[in-house]
Write a protein that binds this ligand. Structure first.
Ligand code: FES
Ligand SMILES: [Fe+2]
Length: 421
């Protein structure tokens, strides 16, 4: 967490800070225009889930890793999108993605799965563990044992199958369907400037967890899009540090950046000039549509991907990112302790346990829909975005050739600092 200010705060973020200050001074909470209801079927209908898979997870760029997880000369398996993928970074520094599938007889080139979260493996090439075919980290077929036995098979057709992949703001994005390249910076619509100013690229990985829970993925997204629940659900853990439901948001297309006010902002408010000063006043929370959060705790960052292996399952991948100047062993007990509090207590026992309990109750028929009030307006905006993506009226920015016909959509605008949609 940088305590210096290498450059001025981006104007859009400074505007958000000003709105936080205004809310603090006036005591008036920013709210949406109207309440709304999300149909229960959006959380438990397998047909709706399938449509999400096809229109959203198969088409949109999704955050696969933090940049620091993939050093030059390494490969990292990634299978949270339901197909085996391998990320590589060759000596030229460029991140690439391929199907983690050998072009000979289909073996995985690098092992994924197992009890531990995936980690990058240092390597000069990818060598298939079945018969030893080898590929460069840029995907080109490099070597086949007994190549003469494959006469008639053109080696130029046997490179790894590449997937669209790009990097911005310290995040590596991938699409799970082959197709044209996209721009991650354009996709983020200005949020990358916030991430850059806050120093996301330079952060280091301390810990990663990767678990599946029995709840629809959107129930965990919902939990991170409103601060209304902090006072009750997190009463004994983090509420002592937070103001009650004072959040300001700006929109960057379907993405958003939020400042969730901490009590410290109400005690003494100095305009922040560094990321550390900002994180003392509020918890900045960036949501990269459709399924990724960056949560800026006072001295580290949670990168959370919420993936969807089944209609009633969320795959929760939480990567704890720490400042590069605090990676020494003397810091380890501190990071272990704070990770236990946030991941094991606040997230697992409170936010995720709530999502699991809601999922269990959906089939009871007690509710035809789940209601959201005007303090939960960003949750409703998220669901409007999902609906628009499923219907084909919202496409990711940064796509050179949108795969679907689109009509004008208000979520598709560049970054804007606004109170309401
Ligand atoms: S399947 Fe990979 S070398 Fe045979
Ligand atoms: Fe929460």
């Amino acid at each position: 967490m940088s305590t210096t200010s290498p450059s001025p705060m981006p104007a859009t973020l400074a505007d958000l800070v000003q709105r936080l200050d205004q809310a603090r001074q006036t005591g008036v909470r920013e709210m949406g225009d109207a309440t709304g209801t999300v149909p229960v079927g959006h959380y438990n209908d397998p047909v709706h889930w399938q449509r999400e898979q096809e229109a959203l997870f198969a088409q949109w760029p999704v955050v696969a890793a933090h940049s620091a997880e993939l050093p030059a000369g390494s490969a990292l398996p990634f299978d949270a999108l339901g197909v085996p993928i391998v990320l590589t970074r060759s000596a030229d520094g460029r991140a690439r993605a391929f199907f983690n599938v050998c072009r000979h007889r289909g073996m995985a080139l690098i092992a994924a799965g197992g009890p531990q979260p995936a980690q990058a493996k240092t390597c000069r090439s990818l060598v298939c563990p079945y018969h030893g075919w080898a590929y460069e980290l840029d995907g080109r077929l490099r070597h086949r044992l007994h190549a003469e036995s494959f006469d008639g098979l053109d080696p130029a057709t046997l490179n790894l199958v590449e997937l669209p992949c790009d990097e911005a703001g310290g995040l590596i994005f991938v699409k799970r369907t082959p197709g044209p390249a996209f721009s991650a910076a354009a996709f983020l619509q200005g949020l990358d400037a916030h991430m850059d100013w806050m120093g996301l690229t330079g952060m280091k990985v301390f810990r990663k967890v990767d678990h599946v829970y029995p709840a629809n993925w959107k129930l965990t997204v919902d939990a991170f899009l409103e601060g209304y629940h902090i006072r009750v659900l997190h009463r004994d853990t983090i509420y002592p540090f937070f103001a009650d439901a004072f959040t300001v948001n700006l929109h960057a297309g379907p993405h958003q950046d939020s400042l969730v006010a901490r009590r410290a902002a109400f005690e003494a408010f100095e305009p922040p000039s560094s990321c550390a000063e900002l994180c003392r006043l509020a918890t900045p929370t960036q949501f990269v549509f459709p399924n990724t959060f960056l949560i800026w705790h006072p001295d580290y960052v949670s990168l959370i991907g919420m993936f969807s292996p089944a209609v009633d399952q969320v795959r929760w991948v939480h990567t704890m990112l720490i400042p590069p100047d605090r990676t020494g062993e003397d810091w380890t007990p501190h990071w272990e302790k704070t990770f236990r509090l946030i991941e094991q207590t606040v997230f697992q026992q409170e936010d995720i346990a709530t999502a699991v309990a809601i999922q269990r109750g959906l089939s009871s028929g007690a509710n035809a829909g789940l209601h959201a009030g005007r303090l939960e307006h960003e949750l409703l905006r998220f669901h409007r975005g999902i609906d628009a993506a499923v219907e084909g009226s919202l496409s990711p920015a940064g796509n050179p050739t949108p795969a679907r016909t689109k009509r004008t959509c208000k979520e598709g605008k560049a970054i804007e600092s606004q109170k309401k949609l």
